[in-house]
Design a protein around this ligand. Structure first.
Ligand code: DQA
Length: 146
């Protein structure tokens, strides 16, 4: 079972960017950790990051076309990208799982982070556990498929 782990803008800066919020580990560390958790769970994880909205939209289309489940950290796009929401909706309405994840808990932060345009079309959302959010998301996908 293939799972695309998609990361949005500024997540390539993990380790450098606001480490008090996002931690000291890097995107490479996250990609390695997610791949390892995937193997433990029997999931074929393909983890990617982009700062480009159109790229994430394309990757979500790819998920539909290749019947891949998705773990999505939309980063700031979470809060305003209807294009991302519409692409995410195509994943879940085609019977695939899409788990929205956040490293931080956006609800404890600025008010513009309290609303997600993606949550309403996601299978579920996990936030606030750092890299553990991704692990919980992969666990949830494996459990749902078992
Ligand atoms: C984030 C939370 C978003 O509000 C923020 O724009 C990000 C990262 C998180 O993982 O905590 O870039 O999605």
């Amino acid at each position: 079972t293939r799972v695309l782990v998609l990361n949005g803008p500024n997540l390539g800066r993990l380790g450098v960017r606001e480490p008090e919020i996002y931690g000291a580990d890097t995107l490479d560390d996250l990609v390695a950790a997610a791949g390892g958790w995937g193997s433990e769970l029997g999931l074929d994880v393909d983890a990617r990051q982009t700062d480009d909205e159109s790229q994430i939209v394309s990757w979500l289309h790819e998920a539909v076309d290749t019947r891949s489940h998705v773990v999505l950290n939309p980063a700031a796009f979470t809060h305003y990208s209807y294009a991302l929401r519409d692409a995410a909706a195509q994943v879940t309405t085609s019977g695939l799982l899409l788990v929205e994840v956040h490293l931080s808990n956006p609800h404890t932060r600025e008010s513009f982070r309290h609303y997600s345009v993606v949550s309403g079309v996601a299978t579920g959302t996990i936030a606030g556990f750092g890299f553990g959010s991704y692990r919980l998301a992969l666990d949830a996908i494996a459990a749902r498929l078992a």
